[in-house]
Design a protein around this ligand. Structure first.
Ligand SMILES: [Zn+2]
Ligand SMILES: [Zn+2]
Length: 598
């Protein structure tokens, strides 16, 4: 509004120039501007131009030309996308943005999208599309996006600069799935240079018959026997040497990566031999000593690595048996960790800072302990469940946890997230937003989400998701395990929430086809949740045949979603985990008891 008024004022004072008074992107569906990138543009800059072109076309019908020019074209308005100091944004004068960060500013006839690097220019373009062109990506795929229609589109008058809140985010999409990679980029869900911080000992020394035969002592001794566990004996000097060599090979192939992962293979079975116990004894032994042992090992690798690759990090998860901070070992400056908030041990029903939650008090003390000794801290979260494809509404807790992680100065963030978009997708949307704006007003965010995603069905859908969250919170009386919340799955609650979906369908009947499809999409997730609940209920009343029949039905309903974009429930998880739930039900022990952490 201000800009328009200013433009009118100028028109009174200056001789009229056809384009100058009111620069436009599109006029009545006809292109009125160009997108400019450098002739040497990298893939991220080319993608930025293509995405801007695509969304302006979806909004206005006009396909803006993409010009490869390093000269200033002053004939028509332009959106210039590039890296700070380089063509075609070299004329923009301002402070250089950091990597992944950007400044976006309109100056006269030109709109500059200036990245600290090529990724920053792409993220600046997405921020522009979202903030100034009012597009939303609530979910992957065409069904998830909300695009306004406007045939006449002024060149946005903007000025903003922004960078990610966390130093490193390894994505919000973990299990993959159709359409999800594009969504993750649009939500700016990857931050920092690429790295592979995961279970990785199989890349140091694979547990093969040949390697075991070459020297059994390289592998863990468990219960007096070697050859049963694929874990390594980290006190063996050869293992330290192999680790250094593997790190060197990795960094030579990936010079931009800051970190090599030395995280053990998944699971348990760590070495109990005399060599490893001697290392444990250096740190006093007792609870938490496995963490001391791994810090000791990581430090040894770092010391040798520094002769060829100074400044690089090694990373070891704080996970399972070694989630607690070390007793006495002190990580060297290049040591990085990610503390895993395993849902089978800790709690996602309560916020981390909730003093009434015992498991989370324990987890918070672990995080604080690691934070006080390690230079590179990280959090490994689980916001899309690896076992439960049914509803898992934890927005009420993650909206408090992510700001806390940020406040604690956590450097790395990852969420393991399976693609259950019809049952758990809102977790991932809110996560993506909070990772850039930990102080965002989540109530406003949710208001907008319900209004724009569900249209006339907003009130009923809000009741639907709100009821699940409320019921989750009501399961909160838990003792020593993280799975008490499975009590949420009862037939009356499924029936009640199903009623809200019927209301939503009725309300959506005179809304757009897209809104109706979104409600139908959630209904698919509710159908799976119903079958999952029936398995549990059958188990509780000792009806093994019923549990099996509902297990088959759950898999049938899950498989029926194959190929949908995005995945309402992740078929792989449905197929692999439903039989396990049926097995638990057949034991006649409630799953929240059978899954209790030992
Ligand atoms: Zn050992
Ligand atoms: Zn709790």
């Amino acid at each position: 509004m201000t800009a328009r008024r200013a433009a009118v004022a100028c028109a009174l004072l200056l001789p009229r120039v056809a384009w100058a008074a009111d620069p436009m992107l599109a006029r009545r569906g006809v292109p009125a501007a160009a997108i400019v990138i450098a002739p040497t543009a990298k893939p991220d800059e080319k993608l930025a131009a293509a995405e801007l072109q695509e969304y302006v076309r979806k909004i206005s019908g006009a396909t803006l030309p993409i010009a490869l020019s390093d000269r200033r074209t002053s004939v028509i308005p332009s959106v210039r996308i590039g890296v700070f100091g380089q063509a075609p944004v070299e004329a923009w004068k301002g402070e250089k943005p950091a990597p992944d960060a950007f400044s976006v500013e309109t100056s006269g006839n030109e709109l500059y999208v200036v990245g600290g690097d090529t990724r920053g220019s792409l993220y600046g373009t997405y921020e522009l599309i979202e903030r100034a062109l009012d597009v939303r990506w609530f979910m992957p795929g065409e069904l998830g996006e909300d695009v306004p229609a406007q045939a006449t589109l002024p060149l946005p008058r903007v000025k903003f600069a922004k960078g990610p809140a966390f130093g490193h985010v390894s994505g919000i999409i973990w299990g993959g799935g159709p359409g999800t990679e594009a969504w993750e980029l649009r939500m700016r869900g990857k931050v920092g240079p690429p790295e592979a911080f995961g279970h990785n000992w199989h890349n140091v020394l694979p547990f093969t018959p040949q390697n075991f035969a070459a020297n059994p002592e390289w592998f863990a001794e468990v219960g007096g026997v070697r050859g049963q566990s694929p874990q390594l004996c980290t006190a063996h000097p050869d293992i330290v040497r192999f680790s250094v060599e593997a790190a060197r090979r990795y960094f030579d192939r990936n010079p931009d990566s800051p970190l090599f992962s030395l995280s053990p293979n998944d699971g348990y079975g760590f070495c109990e031999d005399a060599r490893c116990r001697a290392v444990d004894a250096l740190y006093g032994g007792g609870a938490g000593v496995l963490s001391d042992r791994f810090v000791h090992y990581g430090n040894e690798v770092l010391a040798q690595l520094a002769t060829t690759h100074p400044g690089k990090q090694v990373g070891i998860y704080a996970y399972a048996t070694h989630v607690n901070p070390p007793n006495r070992a002190r990580p060297a400056p290049g040591y990085a960790t990610m503390v895993a908030k395993m849902p089978w041990e800790f709690c996602h029903v309560h916020a981390l800072a909730d003093p009434a939650c015992g498991p989370n008090r324990r987890f918070l003390s672990y995080m604080q302990g690691w934070n006080s000794v390690v230079a590179h801290s990280g959090i490994y979260e689980y916001y899309g469940h690896f076992f439960v494809s049914a509803t898992w509404p934890i927005v009420h807790s993650l909206r408090r946890d992510i700001p806390l992680y940020h406040q604690m100065g956590i450097e790395r963030f990852i969420t393991e997230s399976q693609q259950h978009w019809a049952t758990q997708g809102l977790n991932l949307y809110v996560t993506a937003k909070l990772l850039w704006d930990p102080k965002a007003d989540v109530d406003l965010l949710l208001d907008e989400y319900y209004k724009r995603f569900y249209g006339k069905a907003a009130t009923a859908m809000r009741r639907y998701w709100g009821r699940w969250e409320e019921a989750m919170i009501a399961t909160a009386a838990h003792g020593d395990g993280g799975y008490e919340w499975l009590r949420v799955f009862t037939n009356p609650l499924v029936a009640e929430t199903g009623g809200y979906l019927v209301e939503a369908e009725r309300a959506a009947a005179d809304d757009s086809e897209k809104v109706r499809r979104r409600v139908a999409f959630v209904k698919v997730g509710h159908g799976y949740t119903e079958a999952w609940t029936q398995i549990i209920e059958a188990g509780l009343r000792g009806d093994v045949a019923g549990a099996r029949a509902w297990g088959d039905e759950a898999i049938r309903r899950g498989r029926a979603t194959a190929g949908m974009v995005p995945q309402p429930v992740y078929v792989y998880i449905v197929e692999s985990q439903t039989p396990y739930l049926v097995y638990l039900a057949s034991l006649g022990v409630p799953p929240w008891v059978s899954l209790r952490y030992p």
